[in-house]
Design a binder for this molecule. Structure first.
Ligand code: GDP
Ligand code: ZN
Length: 330
């Protein structure tokens, strides 16, 4: 047999998950077979171990350290306080958990190339987790003027809403990086999301004062012109908490996102309270306060269109899940 200890998944790459125990020891670990074979279905916050099959970065796990084996065994995944979930990028209607048990999500976009449609989606996914959310606009040094920076910042802030702070940073302005460090309270974990190339690794290196992550300048690129780094690692930041980079996350299909949509579009959610019907879809219903607000120019039509698009995406997903559940039952 062996001893049992609890630990935390601190690194995931192509190999075996690296689990760190409270006393600082680290073990390459494999999943117990019954965990991986688990067919109980979807994981969710607070559910009992094993349902999710595989541990993700940030998971707290029960490890068995066998006497006669060089690798530890992950026997149980402890209930999660929080998880970042997207729809599995394959066609199946199943969720994919990207990270667990974090306190904050930082969404990074390059200031000069802000993609509002992607930002909305990133906000919905981040808000859905229940964690604190911050938007960081990177590479401000590439902007043409202070006015341009201020104007993009306020557009993004308008989209992000009052509960989400928007910071502007630049690798050559140390004070801007310090503002990010202040978000990373001791003992907390922050997940960094954003398209490849926006400067996530550079930010982590600036926070750490050394090159702990390979940046786009040196990273190997495969034959398809893609960065090959897929490792997810929890990096301790001096004078702060820990940061997890999420490389290789391209598509952001919505999974369960109703709460996230309400949070990311809280202005629309507030107006919707004035609709005549509680389940108003803001399509053709009489007495729709949201459509009235759009027509009165109080809600940006593009924002309303995004809201409806994201709502439609989640309800389609729900339908597909129902169908899959029904098929399984038969
Ligand atoms: P990641 O894929 O999100 O981790 O992005 P990287 O950190 O690898 O950065 C992508 C590229 O942007 C690299 O060439 C960086 O040198 C560059 N970069 C990162 N931060 C800044 C910045 O503040 N200003 C400028 N001009 N370039 C930056
Ligand atoms: Zn309505």
């Amino acid at each position: 047999m062996g001893v049992r200890v609890e630990g935390e998944v601190v690194k995931l790459d192509r190999g075996f998950p690296l689990v760190r125990t409270a006393d600082g020891r680290q073990f390459r670990s494999e999943h117990a077979t019954n965990l991986v074979k688990s067919t109980k279905g979807t994981a969710s916050v607070g559910t009992e171990a094993g349902e999710s099959g595989r541990a993700v970065i940030g998971d707290r796990v029960q490890l068995l350290l066998p006497n006669d084996h060089d690798k530890a065994i992950i026997e149980r995944i402890l209930p999660r306080t929080r998880e970042l979930v997207r729809k599995d990028p394959t066609e199946r209607a199943v969720p994919q958990v990207l990270a667990a048990n974090f306190d904050r999500v930082i969404i990074a976009q390059a200031l000069g190339e802000v993609n509002m449609r992607r930002l909305e989606r990133e906000l919905v996914l981040a808000c859905e987790t229940g964690a604190a959310v911050t938007v960081v606009l990177t590479k401000a040094d590439l902007a043409e003027s202070e006015q341009e920076v201020a104007s993009i910042r306020s557009q993004v802030q308008a989209l992000a809403g009052p509960d989400t702070e928007t910071l502007v940073i630049s690798a050559d302005a140390p004070a801007s990086v310090e503002a990010v460090r202040e978000l990373l309270a001791e003992g907390t974990t922050t997940v960094l999301v954003g398209r490849s190339g926006v400067g996530k690794s550079s930010l982590i290196n600036l926070l750490c004062g050394e090159d702990v992550q390979e940046t786009g300048d040196v990273r190997a690129v495969d034959g398809k012109g893609r960065h090959t780094t897929v490792s997810r690692e929890m990096v301790p930041v001096p004078g702060g908490g820990r940061v997890v980079d999420m490389p290789g996350v391209r598509g952001l299909g919505l999974w369960e996102a109703d709460a996230g949509i309400e949070a990311a579009f809280s202005d629309i959610a507030v107006i919707a309270e004035g609709c005549r019907f509680r389940d108003c879809k803001h399509e053709k219903e009489p007495g729709c306060a949201v459509r009235a607000a759009v027509e009165a120019g109080e809600v940006d039509p593009a924002r309303f269109a995004s809201y409806r698009g994201l709502k439609a995406e989640t309800s389609k997903m729900k339908e597909r899940r129902e169908q899959a559940r029904w098929r399984r039952k038969r």
